[in-house]
Design a protein around this ligand. Structure first.
Ligand SMILES: C[S@@+](CC[C@H](N)C(=O)[O-])C[C@H]1O[C@@H](n2cnc3c(N)ncnc32)[C@H](O)[C@@H]1O
Length: 404
């Protein structure tokens, strides 16, 4: 049977009338295939889109790591901007879009690999498309060349410390000192496993190895640079996915805060924005995880020539900063998890903080929060899509809001 692909869904699948979901297709394409429920299989492209390109990675067909390698860069940029535009226009907001900042191929500095013991040894990679089968990715186009070494590392960890039942999740991050690894879902820790893992950390030349968040070996501090400051994040801490994406976000955050003297950084992580901002502003950084605020504080104390930076560990969903606490700031950065920051934005708006840089990994919750601000006299001056998750359907953005 033949189908016309009408649009792309938020997961990156083509959608035909029905709806019928057809992965790796593009709007305007006529395709044939067998519908199993709402999913099309054995897809043949009968009339390809002019935007179709040969996927650059040989793993694309099977690997679930990328969804959009079959489309050219302009299509992907338009698709991602379109998702943000649609989310904003659902609230009646129109704004200026700055050119998308797409991270290059082979730029990802952190990833979570899945690894499993096999009869012979072990295998590691990403999950397959719509499945939990592990697909090996020796020619992956996403991972930074220095992160490719994480594949044999994940295999070795699974071989020696994975269980027969489930997969080992191996979160790996590049640091200045080498690989920073946090594995979970493997064997339960006991004395002999600890000794084995400590030995493996040496053999595999890891900067740090943590098991379910507990540090087993720290051979060298896995340091990250945030502006002039050096920070050793706790295991599994949030970090932006690419150096290029982080630089693009930071540049727009700086622009949004021009003229501010005292800035509050909400959902501040380990200081990705707070520490570079402290070169020009006094900063108060608030984050839910105390280990992260401690790491940020230690980084600030060791850095030269930064202005005052204070940190606070606080649950911003349960206890958002209130207008009384916010009135001293003339600028704010807010970078919440996918759920957005409804409660905290409401307080920022009540406090009339004049400049807000909103960084978001979810256009829907961003648009909801921005609409609250617009209703109370703010304008959304500019939005930029920052594509750190190249070839995926994931959309991230940074926006500049000001109170007129
Ligand atoms: C998208 S990350 C941004 C971190 C940081 N701005 C950066 O760029 O590295 C969101 C941060 O919110 C923190 N977080 C999650 N829930 C929170 C809560 N209820 N209260 C405060 N912070 C929270 C996470 O630990 C994480 O560091």
């Amino acid at each position: 049977m033949s189908y016309l692909i009408e649009r792309l869904g938020h997961q990156g699948d083509g959608i035909a009338a029905g709806p019928v979901f057809a992965p790796m297709t593009l709007p305007g394409e006529r395709v044939s295939g067998t519908a199993i429920g709402t999913r099309l299989t054995d897809i043949r492209i009968e009339e390809p889109s002019a935007r179709r390109v040969a996927p650059p990675c040989r793993h694309f067909k099977a690997c679930g790591g990328c969804q959009l390698q079959h489309a050219d860069d302009v299509f992907v940029a338009d698709f991602k901007e379109g998702v943000v535009r649609a989310a904003l226009s659902a609230h009646g907001i129109e704004t200026q879009f700055l050119p998308i900042a797409t991270s290059p191929a082979r730029a990802r500095r952190r990833a979570t690999l899945s690894a499993r013991r096999t009869k012979k040894a072990a295998m590691a990679g990403f999950h397959g498309r719509a499945s939990d089968v592990i697909i090996e990715i020796p020619d992956c186009r996403l991972l930074h060349p220095d992160l490719m070494r994480a594949i044999p590392v994940a295999e070795a960890l699974a071989q020696h410390a994975g269980t027969r039942k489930g997969a080992l999740d191996v979160a790996v991050c590049l640091s200045r000192a080498g690989l920073d690894v946090n594995a979970s879902g493997g064997k339960a820790l006991d004395g002999p496993l600890r000794a084995l893992l400590a030995q493996l950390a040496g053999t595999l030349d890891l900067a740090r190895l943590a098991w379910d968040g507990e540090v087993i070996a720290m051979r060298q501090a896995p340091v990250q640079s945030f502006g002039a400051a050096s920070v050793t994040p706790p295991p599994g801490a949030f970090l932006q996915a690419t150096a290029e994406g982080e630089a693009a976000l930071l540049a727009d955050v700086r622009t949004a805060l021009e003229g501010a003297e005292w800035v509050v950084d909400l959902f501040a992580g380990c200081g990705t924005f707070a520490l570079p901002l402290a070169e020009a502003h006094r900063v108060h950084a608030v984050e839910g995880d105390a280990a992260m605020t401690e790491a940020m504080d230690a980084g600030w104390r060791q850095a030269d020539r930064l202005k005052q930076l204070t940190v606070e560990a606080r649950d911003l969903y349960r206890r958002p900063l209130l207008p009384d606490e916010l009135k001293r700031f003339d600028g704010a950065v807010i970078d919440p998890p996918r759920a957005g920051a409804e409660a905290q934005m409401a307080q920022l708006i009540r406090a009339k903080v004049p400049r807000v840089a909103y960084v978001s990994c979810n256009p829907v919750t961003f648009a909801r929060d921005a609409a609250m601000a617009v209703a109370e006299g703010y304008s959304v001056d500019a939005v930029r899509v920052v594509d750190q998750f190249r070839w995926s359907s994931h959309v991230e953005l940074v926006a500049r809001l000001t109170r007129i």
